[in-house]
Design a protein around this ligand. Sequence first.
Ligand code: NAD
Length: 262
Amino acid sequence: MKKAMIQYPGLAGKIVFNTGAASGIGLAMAHAFASQGASLMLLDIDEASLLKAKAVLEEAYPTVRVEIFVGSITDPKALDAAAEQTIKTFGRLDVLLNNAGISMNKPALDITPDEWRRAIDIDLSGIFFCCQAAARRMIHNGGGVILATASMWGLVSSARRSAYCAAKAGVVSLCKSLAVEWAEHHIRVNAICPGYIQTALVSDLVSRGVLDEQALHARTPLGRMGTPEEVAHTALYLASDLAGFITGHAMVIDGGWTADGY
Ligand SMILES: NC(=O)c1ccc[n+]([C@@H]2O[C@H](COP(=O)([O-])OP(=O)(O)OC[C@H]3O[C@@H](n4cnc5c(N)ncnc54)[C@H](O)[C@@H]3O)[C@@H](O)[C@H]2O)c1
């Protein structure tokens, strides 16, 4: 994403903690928030891609400070350390982009206990631990914004996705619960629910024959996949002052997939 086409109110100067930021939707979000003049703390388990993302962002947005933290969202101690490093570096933490996640497409009868636990650990528990680590700091700021990248599979379900659907439905419910609980701290919490988006996660499933790209296009009323930049723009809006009265919401960005019950 190049320079901002639109300036969203309330984002310049904000400190953004972005997980899964080395690739796909998280990386597009990093570009989008940098384009608004926000500073970035990027977390991912993939150190090489994280370093590359930092270099590209610093070149594209020379006035924006970009810091990185290598760690897993399944590790509450690492998340606490990352949030603390954000405070030490930037003095505050305003926005959490709770985005890291993995796919899990497998028939329910074939999922091993380790595979089930890994999907829930990363796609649900990791999201909760990030919320805790960030909100503990946001409370000291007098508020903040948390956005979780859930999925349309958190709102509707499908065969061979039981762990993923359960985790993402959990994320949608978690966002609603935390939105209510933390409203008194002026922390807004919302879920973003993308349909199929062109990222490495989907390319990998297509290349392994798990997903059929043409069938996905045909099933989507708008006839294509979404782009990471389109999801990033949704995050800009929800994090901005324009969305100041939106909390506990699950916003779908799926080209009409979930609207089509046929
Ligand atoms: N691409 C889609 O079609 C789609 C649709 C709906 C929801 N989502 C969700 O969007 C989010 C981002 O997906 P994407 O498509 O950009 O995938 P991606 O694979 O391109 O990026 C995911 C990033 O998360 C990182 N990551 C994975 N496990 C981690 C962990 N334990 N700790 C820290 N970082 C970790 C990876 O290293 C990677 O950089 C995920 O939560 C995914 O479930 C994606």
